[in-house]
Structures are given as C-alpha cells and as structure tokens.
Design a protein around this ligand. Structure first.
Ligand code: NAD
Ligand code: UDP
Ligand code: UDP
Length: 343
C-alpha cells in the first residue's frame, strides 16, 4: 500500500484548540478523504472539536498540510499522505469522502486523474466501508445537474450534461460516483449519504484556483479589474463554508439516505456579484469582460426543501459576513505570499 504516515511533533500540547471529552461509546473513528482541502479541513475542525478521532487521507493535489497543521500531533488526529485511487486498509465508523479537485481549472488540469479519483477512489472507499461496516457520505455536486433546464434544481431533476465537454470529467465522474454509492448500498447494504453541494466559499479556499469568489476577492485586493466571463448574466448561489459543514454533519447523522442538496438559495448574476464584492469590501474597481467559457451553466440555484424538512438545516451566514471573513483571510494570505517573495 502507498499509505505513508506523516508526523510532525507538536510545538506544545497546550496549543491545540480544546476538544470535547467524549465517552468511548459516543466517540467515533472518522475518515475524511480530501481532509486537507478547503471544505475538508473545516469539517475536520468541527469533528475534532466534538471529540471524535479523525483520520485524514489526502494526496495534497489541491489541499495542503497547513490547512490541518493545528491538529498535527494531537492524539485524536492522524494525517495520511494517501491517494484514494489506491486501496486503504484502516478501521473506521464513518467516512466523509471528499477527495476530488473541485474548481474547474484544477479538475480540467488532468481530466483522467479527476475521473479516477471519483470512480476508482469511490470504489475503494466503498470497499473499505463494506469491510468495516462504516457509513459513507459522498461529496457530490450541483454540477451533476449540468447546464440545468429546471430552475431551481430539485434532487429529482436528472440533469443536462455534455458527456464530452470540458466539464464532463468532473460532472460525469461525480454522477458515476453517486451511482456507485447506491449500487453498493443495494448489493452490500452499505449505509450511504449523498450531499449535492452548491458553490461554497470561505477561508482556506485556494487563492489561485480560478473560482469566481477567490478571483474577485484577490483581484479586488490587488487593485486589478474583476474578470467577468461573458455573458455575465449567468447566475450562481454562494454558500459560506460553515453552513456547508453543519449540513454535511447533519446529513451524515440523519436517517435520510437519498441525495440531498446543500446550498444557499440566494442567487446572483456574476455581474451583480462583482458589484457586491466591491460594495462589501468597499474597494471600487473596474470590471473586465472576458470571453465565455464552454459549457458554463447559465443558471444555478438549489431547491433546499429536502434539507430543510429532512435535516432541519438551512444556511445562516449572509453573503456580506461571509465575503468579509473570506476577504480578511485572503488579505492575510497575500501578506504572507508577499513576505515570502521578499525573503
Ligand atoms: P479542494 O480542492 O480544496 O479539496 C479537495 C481535497 O481532495 C484536496 O485536499 C485534494 O488534495 C484532495 N484530493 C484530490 N484528489 C485526491 C486523491 N486522488 N486522493 C486523495 N486526495 C485527493 O476542494 P473543496 O472545495 O474542499 O471540495 C471538497 C469536495 O467537495 C470535493 O469532492 C468537491 O467536488 C466537493 N464540492 C465542492 C464544492 C465547492 O464549491 N467548494 C461544490 C461542490 C462539490
Ligand atoms: N478496498 C480498500 N480497503 C478495504 C477493502 C477494500 O481499499 O478495506 C478496496 C479493494 O482494494 C477494492 C475496492 O475497495 O479494489 C472494492 O472492494 P470490494 O470488496 O467492493 O470489491 P469487489 O469485489 O466488489 O470488486
Ligand atoms: N467566472 C467569472 N470570472 C472568473 C471566474 C469565474 O466570471 O474570474 C464565472 C464562471 O464563468 C461561472 C461562475 O463565475 O459562470 C462560477 O465559476 P466558478 O469557477 O467559481 O464555479 P462553477 O460554478 O462554474 O463551477
């Protein structure tokens, strides 16, 4: 096996955030694949704070050790440098399966690897779940709806995806992964959860992964024009990362096993969003219109009735608060980058 434990001694036990003391019967052993990434690391924080034992398996393609650095060496935490395309033999009670690049620039960088991560990777995770009888939650995506002909998107909508377009490596492999979840569930009686995640943003997003939120904030902070891809009237609905994490944990621990949308239904055109980022950050800048992207979905907005009724979940963080927190993070990161360049 390619699993390689990585260990950095803690600076001091006292520097860890304070975790709950759970009884043996309440404490779960939880695997988070992709746990060194943006969403995964925030999920790890909450699971650790709740007092669970958390193992992260990540190949650091788009994630980084720094996102979980504050837990390294903690007795409840383990970090594995592991690619989910390879088998993994560990003992766990629950698995959050997030390992996959998420931004279009990153998932198109090596489309075949993206497909392998979501297909072979999901088979391995399901094989592991079968052996140890763990419950698995898969991080699916609104992209499985493709360029939707139904609006807003309900879980019952089957989607509209170009199988050979530039986004297909991601959309179609996530679709197959969903199919695998239910095929294993049916054949091997595995307990599965499928979260269809809509655009999410927040601290620890990559600065340069090409997503619209990171691009607009970094461009604003650098005094550069905001790049809007034509036509600019395409829409997205943005969810703050803490809302997503609470939704993922509620879904995992619920009895609901069908796919469930997790997203913020507040919808904006990208041009409006450029204006909003400028208003919220108080930095006025120009907008630079760029050519349109092939197969860019024209509109996207979740119908979250299922999450509301089945999980009692809905997003709480306003776009204003979320953008302010994310901007503060990027400001710090840019400072760090500049300092590193100066050294
Ligand atoms: P991210 O790129 O920050 O995190 C993904 C993590 O998976 C990274 O740490 C990366 O190194 C790791 N990874 C990738 N391929 C791997 C492999 N083969 N083996 C092991 N690790 C691997 O992205 P994110 O935004 O945190 O997304 C997390 C999950 O949520 C992904 O599955 C993504 O498809 C899904 N999702 C995210 C969004 C969003 O807006 N952020 C929307 C829909 C779905
Ligand atoms: N697998 C794994 N860890 C385990 C058990 C299985 O990574 O603890 C992998 C195994 O190597 C295989 C995949 O999961 O490639 C699917 O396993 P399964 O038992 O479902 O195999 P099947 O017989 O259904 O192909
Ligand atoms: N977009 C943009 N300018 C950018 C980056 C993205 O106008 O600098 C647009 C993109 O064309 C899409 C939307 O913003 O319509 C969201 O793009 P993102 O890559 O963040 O995520 P997607 O929802 O497309 O996966």
């Amino acid at each position: 096996y390619k699993t390689k434990g990585t260990y950095t001694p803690p600076v001091s036990q006292n520097t860890y955030p304070k975790v709950k003391n759970l009884n043996e019967d309440q404490r779960k052993r939880i695997l988070v694949t992709g746990g060194a990434g943006f969403v995964g690391s925030h999920l790890v924080d909450q699971l650790m704070l709740q007092g669970h034992e958390v193992t992260v398996a990540d190949n650091y393609f788009t994630g980084r050790r720094r996102n979980v650095q504050h837990w390294i060496g903690h007795p409840n935490f383990e970090l594995l440098h592991h690619d989910v395309v390879e088998p993994l033999m560990i003992e766990v009670d629950q698995i959050y399966h997030l390992a996959s690049p998420a931004s279009p620039v990153k998932y198109m960088y090596n489309p075949v690897k993206t497909i392998k991560s979501n297909t072979i990777g999901t088979i391995n995770v399901l094989g592991l779940a079968k052996r140890v009888k763990a419950r698995v939650l898969f991080a699916s995506t609104s992209e499985i709806y493709g360029d939707p002909e139904e609006h807003p998107q309900k879980e019952t909508y089957w989607g509209h995806v170009n199988t050979i377009g530039p986004r297909a490596c991601y959309d179609e492999s996530k679709r197959v992964a969903e199919t695998l979840m239910y095929a294993y569930s049916k054949r091997d009686h595995i307990d599965v959860r499928v979260a269809r995640i809509f655009n999410t943003y927040g601290p620890r997003m990559h600065m340069y992964d090409g997503r619209v939120v990171s691009n607009f904030i970094v461009q604003t902070l650098n005094g550069h024009p905001l790049t809007v891809y034509a036509p600019g009237n395409q829409t997205r609905s943005f969810m703050y990362v803490s809302d997503l994490v609470s939704g993922l944990m509620k879904l995992m621990n619920s009895n609901y096993s069908l796919p469930c949308n997790l997203g913020n239904p507040e919808e904006h055109t990208i041009l409006e969003f450029a204006q909003l980022v400028q208003d919220i950050t108080g930095v006025k800048g120009k907008v630079s219109m760029k050519k349109s992207q092939q197969d860019d979905p024209h509109k996207r907005k979740p119908d979250i009735t299922v999450a509301k009724t089945q999980l009692g979940w809905e997003p709480k963080v306003s776009l204003r608060d979320g953008i302010l927190k994310t901007t503060a993070y990027f400001r710090k990161e840019l400072g760090l980058v500049n300092n590193e360049q100066e050294q």
